[in-house]
Write a protein that binds this ligand. Structure first.
Ligand SMILES: Nc1nc2c(ncn2[C@@H]2O[C@H](COP(=O)(O)OP(=O)(O)OP(=O)(O)O)[C@@H](O)[C@H]2O)c(=O)[nH]1
Length: 300
């Protein structure tokens, strides 16, 4: 057993910093943080309030988490970014660059100066965070829309083409492109264009079946793969989707600019030797939809 006198030495030796914070955000104590590769020495914060040393938006977020931990009594685990420069009162030791932290926050069963308190353990997870971002790049998801990316689509289309060759199960492909996005970007700004792309993702998630695969093919072009669906049903669905986009995207329209989509539809036929052939026919149909006035569906 270690003695009560040894306890402070143990706490000081902890690699991750441990804060005791009151409900109103006062730093009552700071222990540990000995891993100087990762942390600024937080000892200068004792006696300060979060709101006095951290910029207002972040301070409000910290106070919310403390409140939640006290209310629920549960262990809260939160990720956040903070750099030494975000906190006044830190000495100039520790890393310069912003750090991603995992905070583990737990209510304590005692009060300090008449206030409820929490224990806040802050671990540096920057390396893990960078790795997660890299993994996402190699993954199947398009970051902006949350839809699948081209890599995933091509795998699925290839698999579905095999199903067609073996069992004659047809797959339909919808290829669509936002109308007039260039002018919308130029008029309303690139962020408005991004909002439209994100709205496309949301609509697809709401309208598609679990077995359908929607992906951002690149830029403002999207592809939806409908397994086990013939041409007639695919065209019917495409038209419903086109109308849904027209309705939902109307909030981005101005007097002389409408955000709609044009859709080309193709279904596997025996002449399609590879999925690329079906995709090419969908692309040609999309081109026709654009040429004949936009905001329409054309079947290959
Ligand atoms: N905001 C935003 N715009 C993008 C993104 N990716 C591509 N674009 C823009 O989308 C436009 C697509 O070009 P086009 O398809 O030729 O232009 P369009 O105005 O949609 O023309 P039509 O398709 O003929 O209606 C380009 O101006 C790109 O810069 C993106 O991630 N965000």
């Amino acid at each position: 057993m270690i003695s009560i006198e040894q306890m402070p030495l143990v706490l000081q030796a902890l690699p991750d910093p441990v804060f005791i914070l009151t409900r109103t955000g006062k730093y009552v104590s700071v222990f540990g943080g000995r891993d100087a590769r990762y942390y600024h020495d937080g000892s200068g914060l004792v006696g300060c309030h979060i709101a006095d040393v951290v910029e207002p938006e972040k301070a409000a977020w910290f106070l919310e988490q403390i409140e939640l931990a006290l209310e629920t009594g549960q262990l809260l685990i939160r990720e956040y970014e903070l750099s030494g420069g975000d906190v006044e009162g830190l000495q100039d030791e520790g890393p310069e660059e912003p750090i991603w932290f995992e905070g583990r926050i737990q209510a304590l069963d005692f009060q300090v100066e008449g206030e409820d308190v929490v224990l806040w353990v802050a671990s540096n997870i920057s390396e893990r965070h960078d790795l997660e971002i890299k993994l996402r790049e190699f993954g199947d998801t398009d970051e902006l829309t949350g839809l699948f990316n081209r890599r995933k689509l091509e795998r699925d289309l290839s698999l579905n083409h095999e199903m067609f060759d073996r069992y004659a199960v047809p797959t339909s492909i919808l290829m669509f492109d936002i109308d007039n996005l260039k002018r919308i970007n130029d008029t309303l700004g690139h962020y408005a264009g991004d909002d439209i792309l994100m709205a496309i993702g949301t609509i697809c998630r709401a309208e598609l079946r679990k077995t359908d695969v929607a992906c951002r093919f690149g830029g403002d072009e999207f592809v939806i793969c409908l397994p086990n669906t013939g041409l007639e049903n695919a065209v019917h669905f495409a038209d419903r989707l086109r109308e849904c986009f027209r309705r939902e995207l109307s909030r981005f329209s101005t007097a002389d600019l409408v955000a709609t989509v044009s859709i080309g539809v193709a279904t596997t036929v025996p002449e399609d030797r590879t999925y690329e052939a079906t995709l090419k026919r969908a692309d040609d149909a999309l081109y026709q939809a654009k040429r004949t006035g936009k905001n329409r569906v054309v079947a290959a």
